[in-house]
Write a protein that binds this ligand. Structure first.
Ligand code: HEC
Length: 138
């Protein structure tokens, strides 16, 4: 378990926003913010969601914990700008639609929600974008 945690931390270290310029300091004093933890949770839930959509399984309910995006502490608290708030509202709105979508528009609704992850990242945190793009259903 401990090993798994270390691997997980290293992986999130490599994909975190400022990994390129701050990697060295982060190796010494890396502590994941609430927001970074939430983001990783969202990533894995959406990986599952994608699988369930592709396999035509039932999706359950919108994960209420996503709403923490409005309050979770950020690594850099100045990231919570008015633009960040707009992008997080849009993201939550699009994500909720996935869970109420009809089967025939599910793929496009899901991709739209993932694109709203990417839209915010283009303004705040470029690092994880290639990874988020893997969530898209082709
Ligand atoms: C409203 C803006 C916004 C939205 C929407 C958003 N992100 Fe993020 N994301 C961020 C910011 C800002 C950070 C940096 C958080 C920090 O370091 O505290 C981040 C960090 C991350 C990280 C790196 C976490 C780490 O370990 O450092 C991943 C992975 C990630 N986001 C995936 C996603 C996924 C997947 C979605 C959609 C399901 C998403 N994000 C939606 C702004 C956003």
């Amino acid at each position: 378990m401990k090993k798994l945690f270390i691997i997980f931390s290293l992986v999130s270290l490599l994909i975190s926003c400022k990994a390129e310029d701050k990697q060295h300091t982060q190796l010494i004093m890396y502590k994941q913010s609430e927001m970074a933890a939430l983001m990783n949770t969202m990533y894995y839930i959406n990986l599952d969601l994608k699988k369930n959509i592709v396999e035509g399984k039932t999706l359950g309910f919108f994960p209420e914990r996503y709403l923490k995006i409005h309050t979770a502490t950020l690594t850099d608290s100045t990231d919570r700008t008015s633009s960040f708030k707009k992008f997080s509202n849009l993201y939550i709105q699009n994500m909720k639609k996935v869970y109420t979508s009809s089967a025939d528009s599910l793929k496009s609704t899901f991709n739209k929600a993932v694109n709203s992850c990417i839209a915010c990242h283009q303004t705040t945190c470029l690092g994880p974008i290639p990874r988020i793009k893997k969530l898209l259903i082709r």
